[in-house]
Design a protein. Structure first.
Length: 116
C-alpha cells in the first residue's frame, strides 16, 4: 500500500526544540510549566500530561533569553499522555519580535545539532 504525499496545512514551518524552552501556561485557573516540543510563528506543541479539550483558551508566558513573551492560544489537538498542540491567537506587541528572535536562535541550534 502506498501512502500519498499530503500537503501540510501549516502556514508556518515548525522548529524542533531541544531541552531549552519551557513555558508557563494555564487555562481556567489551572497553571502548569511544560517543555515545548516544537514551535512556529503560528503555534506550538507542549509536552504535558495535563491535556485540555480542543477549543480551550490558554494563556502562555515564555521567559527566554530573548525576553518575556506573552501569548493567548487555543488548543487545536490533544494527544493524551503526550501533549497538546496550540494555535496562537494573539501575541503581545513586544512578543512578536522576541518570538522571531527565539525562532532564529532555535533554528541555528537545530542546524548545529544536525551538522555534528
Amino acid at each position: 500500500m502506498q501512502l500519498a504525499n499530503v500537503p501540510s496545512r501549516r502556514l508556518s514551518s515548525r522548529v524542533g526544540v531541544g531541552e531549552e524552552v519551557w513555558v508557563l501556561w494555564g487555562s481556567k485557573g489551572e497553571e502548569d510549566v511544560s517543555r515545548i516540543k516544537d514551535l512556529s510563528t503560528g503555534g506550538l506543541f507542549l509536552q504535558t500530561t495535563s491535556v485540555r479539550p480542543t477549543g480551550t483558551s490558554v494563556r502562555l508566558h515564555f521567559l527566554v533569553q530573548e525576553g518575556e513573551i506573552k501569548a493567548e492560544g487555543v488548543v487545536r489537538h490533544a494527544k493524551p499522555g503526550v501533549g497538546i498542540g496550540l494555535k496562537f491567537l494573539a501575541l503581545s506587541e513586544y512578543g512578536k519580535p522576541r518570538l522571531a528572535a527565539l525562532l532564529r536562535r532555535l533554528r541555528g541550534l537545530a542546524q548545529a545539532r544536525e551538522a555534528s
